[in-house]
Write a protein that binds this ligand. Structure first.
Ligand SMILES: *Cc1c(COP(=O)(O)O)cnc(C)c1O
Length: 355
């Protein structure tokens, strides 16, 4: 039985990326050594980092005002590393709390300076985005989660602000052409749309650094990582290599415009199917629906368990909603083929007919 991998993260990767990564474990670039055995300061690996940085900038259309880093600690570490590097008692972090991840960004930032939650959508269980934000005059930065992985909302136009703009793009990075240059910091754990777990992409506009008075440990200091060319200490060599393979794959497919076309085709098919079947409903405001993670429910909650059991028996992996949200979550990252979403929609239709 073919499996359809709808996991929310770590998640599906392109088949050819897996094949190339597997080959490099045995013999990396004809060196006779495994990618797991080479030194991170060898020319071979420095070329991997450099090419990955170049592709990131090309895909984002960013110039040399920005630096591309590959760090550890996950997107979760960025919840504290961003304020540690940018926020002090004289500043203010304005943060949108639109779900699980934005909420963590709030908690961590408050360890480093004043925080104002400028949008809290808990009143409607985060099923919409509040786009009318009032950003305080003295805000240092505005932090948004561009795609709320758990709740299924996505910013389709970013807020305008006089403050710096920080984006947690963990679950929609490289899913569409977007105004990357509106941001001063972009970060994303690799394991959803650009590779394997273990590395976090951080893109920073260099001029924003060095403005606060705080001693920052070197390993957490963006400036030190920039000066070291993302090789301050041993980086996650293999994870960075898998990211490079995925980035090459994105470019070979036609770049972000091609990704968006596919992602819209998949998400339109799924949302149209949900909206057409009375057995299912999606509570997310239509204009804010995510093209990456669709969150929806069975109209009759007693049918949720049988539907999930059917999914399991039909090889549909990872479609159970997040533990605090419940329902169904279907993640449709870049590497997910249209045919998998089609198979899932067919299953929904036949379930709806029989129940
Ligand atoms: C998955 C996710 C995170 C957490 O990423 P880790 O790499 O596990 O720390 C943070 N933000 C968003 C939007 C996510 O989807």
């Amino acid at each position: 039985m073919p499996l359809h991998n709808f996991n929310s993260g770590p998640s599906i990767l392109p088949q050819e990326v897996l094949t190339q990564a597997a080959a490099a474990i045995h013999n990396f670039n004809n060196t006779g050594l495994s990618i797991l055995e080479i030194g991170h300061r060898t020319t071979h690996f420095v070329e991997v980092v450099t090419e990955a940085q170049q592709i990131v900038k090309r895909l984002m259309g960013l110039d040399d005002a920005y630096e591309v880093l590959f760090l550890q600690g996950g997107a979760t570490m960025q919840f504290m590393q961003v304020p540690m590097n940018l926020l002090d008692e004289n500043g203010l972090a304005a943060i949108c709390d639109n779900g699980v991840w934005g909420n963590k960004a709030v908690k961590e930032a408050s360890l480093f300076g004043p925080v104002k939650v400028v949008s809290d959508t808990a009143d409607k269980k985060h099923t919409y985005l509040n786009k009318q934000l009032t950003i305080p005059e003295n805000a240092t930065y505005l932090h948004i989660t561009t795609n709320n992985t758990v709740e299924g909302t996505q910013w389709h136009q970013y807020p305008q602000t006089h403050a710096l703009l920080i984006g947690d793009m963990s679950s929609d990075i490289f899913s569409r052409p977007t105004a990357f240059n509106q941001f001063d910091v972009i970060y994303a754990g690799a394991q959803k749309n650009m590779g394997a777990a273990g590395v976090t992409l951080v893109v920073i506009k260099k001029e924003i650094l060095g403005k606060i008075n705080r001693q920052i440990p070197a390993i957490l200091n963006y400036q030190k990582h920039i000066e070291a060319g993302s090789l301050l200490n041993t980086p996650p060599v293999f994870s960075i290599y898998v990211s490079l393979l995925t980035l090459r794959w994105i470019e070979a497919q036609g770049g972000l415009a091609a990704m968006e076309k596919q992602n819209l085709a998949k998400s339109n098919l799924l949302y149209n199917t949900i909206d057409a079947l009375p057995a299912f409903y999606c509570p997310i405001a239509k204009e804010d629906r995510s093209i990456m993670n669709a969150v929806f429910f069975l109209t009759d909650p007693t049918l949720e368990a049988p539907f999930l059991a059917l999914c399991k028996s039909e090889g549909m992996i990872g479609v159970k909603g997040y533990r605090t949200v419940g329902g169904i979550r279907v993640s449709m990252y870049n590497a997910m083929p249209y045919s998998s979403v089609e198979a899932f929609c067919d299953l929904m239709k036949s379930f709806a007919e029989k129940n």
